[in-house]
Design a protein around this ligand. Structure first.
Ligand code: BGP
Length: 463
């Protein structure tokens, strides 16, 4: 085996509750912002399947777990849906949800698949969003109490917890670029929302330790390594450093170092949009850093000094400070419009090694969204997604190299296990090791990539 990975490497995939489970009569689930928004503004969505179906995992998890086994999973990330466990403002616990999550966890464990559980994957309960969601400090308290409930209920089975998936995304989507509800454009709100998410994360870490739980707790961040157009041009470098502070270090630094990057603090001060910070908050953030970092990597961010004029009439935006740089010749995934730059995954791991104390970490998402995969289905009914094998293999080579050079990377989870419902894009881009035929009783079938991944996992590497 040329590319051999460390013993006990985590091979698996990631998914989320809202993108897979669906909502059913009698399940007791309350509404999240996605259920609400989908009903209210269906035009915003790529309209094939909605969150009420997702991939029907709520009903199919037992069979799906067998498919995880068949594709070499020794671990799998899912998320608890807050609105399923605590469906309304009374705070009462939905016992049907408790039974479901217990069953799901038991089934994973019985199949030797370690469950990694995330507490928040973009899915604010609607009863909290009506009171401002992350903008309202009361949501931080509600979140911590929800987190405690999860640790209490499931901490015996789950040894790897995550406070958030990609906390910068609800900031960008909900308060800057309008691809999550409530679709505002307001940088002051964006800063406050991000701050509350971070505070909630630190407080959940604190609660986890106070409760004497015996696992690890971390956060999952989407890191977009920032590359300047010209690495000798000070203006390009400045723009790139700032983009990195806004989109990566805004959560990376407080989560691991317990403090915000000075560039970011200076920027929000200059704009007069410091968040509302209470006494002791910063001490909580300082003292409750994470055990384990999940890294989602899809694409780099290429940046150049600002050239296009800034519209001063509107609310300030992060991109008042830099322009995106469309580097000639860069490799693109035409389906998702994202650049494919395999070495980015290595650069992140080396950055974590050198600048973040080489904290234990793993690749918690990486993957390739492809439209129209049905056309690659062969006569035996198997989707020949060899482009996905190439994508994963080329990224894994760089992960391997980083590990050889001392990076403390413990696993690789692809996004995703089964094709699933993906926010406003629904089923447009497929990401799974396993295809889901939404027009034919949600039938599952393992793609070539899933077969390949089984071998990789069995051999703990590849040639
Ligand atoms: C990540 C999210 C996932 C998933 C994935 C693919 O940012 O954590 O929830 O959706 O991206 O992106 P998309 O579905 O938008 O193509």
């Amino acid at each position: 085996v040329t590319y051999k990975f460390p013993d006990n490497f985590w091979w698996g995939s990631a998914a989320s509750g809202p993108q897979t489970e669906g909502t059913y009569d009698g399940d007791g689930k309350g509404e999240s912002i996605w259920d609400y928004w989908y009903k209210k503004m269906p035009d915003k969505f790529f309209d094939e399947v909605g969150p009420a179906d997702a991939s029907r995992f709520y009903h199919t998890y037992k069979e799906d777990i067998q498919l995880m086994k068949a594709t070499g999973h020794n671990s799998y990330r899912h998320s608890i849906q807050w609105s399923r466990l605590i469906p309304d403002a009374t705070g009462a616990i939905n016992q049907t949800a408790v039974a479901y999550y217990n069953d799901l966890l038991d089934e994973l464990l019985a199949n030797d698949i370690e469950p990694f559980m995330n507490l928040y994957h973009f899915d604010m309960p609607m009863y909290l969003q009506e009171k401002g969601g992350w903008l309202n400090r009361a949501t931080v308290d509600a979140y911590v109490s929800y987190a405690r409930t999860c640790f209490e209920l499931f901490g015996g089975k789950v040894k790897k917890w995550f406070t958030h998936n990609e906390p910068i995304v609800p900031v960008e989507g909900g308060y800057l670029y309008q691809f999550h509800y409530p679709c505002e454009v307001n940088m002051k709100h964006a800063v406050q929302v991000g701050y509350h998410e971070m505070l909630a994360s630190a407080k959940a870490v604190q609660a986890y330790r106070e409760m004497g739980q015996d696992g690890q707790i971390g956060i999952i961040l989407n890191l977009t390594p920032s590359y300047p157009r010209d690495e000798h041009n000070p203006e390009d470098i400045k723009a790139s450093v700032l983009a990195d502070a806004i989109f990566n270090r805004s959560f990376l630094d407080p989560s691991i170092k317990g403090e915000y990057p000075p560039e970011l603090v200076a920027l929000v001060k200059e704009l007069g949009i410091l968040p509302d910070i209470h006494d002791n908050d910063l001490a909580v953030i300082r003292d409750n850093t994470i055990d384990l970092l999940g890294i989602n990597y899809y694409q780099p961010r290429r940046v150049k000094a600002k050239e296009t004029p800034v519209d001063r009439e509107r609310s300030p935006m992060p991109d008042d400070y830099f322009d995106n740089y469309e580097m000639p010749g860069r490799k693109m995934n035409p389906h998702r419009g994202w650049e494919i730059y395999e070495k980015g995954i290595y650069d992140i791991l080396i950055n974590v090694r050198d600048n973040y104390g080489n904290i234990p970490c793993f690749i918690s998402e990486n993957g390739m969204g492809v439209e129209g995969e049905e056309k690659f289905r062969n006569a035996d009914g198997v989707i020949e997604d060899d482009y996905r094998i190439e994508f994963v293999r080329d990224h894994l080579k760089y992960v391997h190299q980083a590990i050889q050079e001392g990076a403390n990377c413990l696993g690789y989870h692809m996004w995703t296990c089964m094709d699933n419902w993906s926010w406003t894009n629904a089923y447009k881009n497929r990401y799974g090791f396993i295809s889901v035929d939404i027009h034919n009783q949600w039938q599952r079938s393992i793609k070539n990539s899933g077969r390949w991944f089984k071998q990789v996992s069995d051999n703990n590497g590849f040639n």
